[in-house]
Each structure stands twice: as C-alpha cells, then as structure tokens.
Design a protein around this ligand. Sequence first.
Ligand code: TMP
Length: 238
Amino acid sequence: MTKGEQLYEGKAKKVFSTEDPELLIVSYKDDATAFNGLKKGTIQGKGVINNRMSNMLMKYLETKGIPTHYVEELNDRDTVVKKVSIVPLEVIVRNIAAGSFSKHYGVEEGVVFKSPTVEFSYKNDDLGDPLLNTYHALALGLATEEEIKLIEKYAFGVNDILSDLWRKYGVILVDFKLEFGRLSDGTIVLADEISPDTCRLWDSETKEKLDKDRFRRDLGGVEEAYNEIMSRLEENMK
Ligand code: TMP
C-alpha cells in the first residue's frame, strides 16, 4: 500500500489516497493545537505515539466487538484505514468531571459521576464545535435515529472496555472524544484516533495528568507524559 495524493491536512494528521478507493493512509504529525487552533505547538514524538496507541486500542476494541476503521499499521506514523464519510459529531464520554463539563456546570474537576455521560458536539471548526443534542442532530440530518442509537451504544461500550483496560495499567480514563464514520455501504465504524490527544488519562495513584491537558494548560512535562502513558500500554499489552 503506497501513499497517493494528499487529500486533506488536519490539525494533527494528514490523509492520503491509496491505490484502493476504499482505503486511505493517515499520517500522524507532531503538531498540537488547542482551543480550536488558537494555541499552537509541537509535541516531539506525539505522532508516533498517537499512531501506535490508537492502532493498539482499535485492534483491541475490534476483538471486543466494536467495528473500527483500522486496517494496517505501515510504519511509525502511517496507518491504512477504511475510507469513511465522517459523521459530523464529536462524541464525548465522561466518567469524571473535568474540562468543559466542570466549566459549564460548576462541578469541581475530579468529581466522580454516579453514571457515565455522553454528549455530542457539532464537528464544525468555524462554529467552535458547539454542543448539540440528539434532536438538533436529527433536525440537521447529521445522522439518523438508528445511527445515533448505535453510536451511543458503541461509545459506552468503548468506555467500559477501555476503562477496564486502563485501570489494569494504573490509569483512570476520565473522559474521551470519539468520531464515527460510514463505510460506502453505510456501516457505522469507529474512526479518527484514540490517543492522549483525545482522552483524559490520569495516574490512578497520584492523579497526575498523562494527556494533552499538559499542553493545553501549560503544565510542562508534555513529552514525558506521552512517553509514560505509551510505555504503560506497550509494557502491558504485548
Ligand atoms: P472537554 O472537557 O474540553 O470538552 O474535552 C472532553 C474530551 O474530549 C477530552 O478528553 C479531550 C477531548 N477533546 C478532543 O479530543 N478534541 C477537542 O477538540 C476537544 C475540545 C476535546
């Protein structure tokens, strides 16, 4: 499988065509942004870590019955994925209050929820990815009712599977963002990435942040945190 034309460059990844119209190659960059691109920087080695971590987690999720776009890791930064049309919803699952939830609802970061939550944002950078509910998504034709039900089922499934996995490695899965896509036959699969860019991951003992919040909040030790969280996974998941 070889890279063809570059189809798209996003904030953290580039996407290339391949000789197979149903497959794409994604290439992970070290570029980091936050606050809808207002804050820009580089996290050395992030692309390699996010590529490998996302692939390991997606492969694991497949074994547990969650369909994903993952096909094959080509090298440190490049992965073959199934071509999808992205459902323009950011699907956020939370177990513990943090980030925008804490801000919106005045709940201190670290408060453990009685039950996990799911919320949707409209994936639209010009609008700053505003929150929207199921009725809004249906009204705008972003997804069908059946698709939304399936997406919620998969999102909570991913939460159960990955919370258990990370717990074994001394890490709390606080919250995360997923994106889903439709294959050419309409099948919904998990797409995009699962990485420290898209999850909040805290050390179970110290509650130290091992994710992109270190970059967002200028906490320092960003590369160290990415390396630490990756080594927890690699040492345990071989
Ligand atoms: P939030 O608390 O800022 O809404 O973030 C919730 C989760 O979603 C957190 O794990 C980080 C992730 N996230 C992304 O993956 N991309 C984004 O653009 C944002 C804002 C959050």
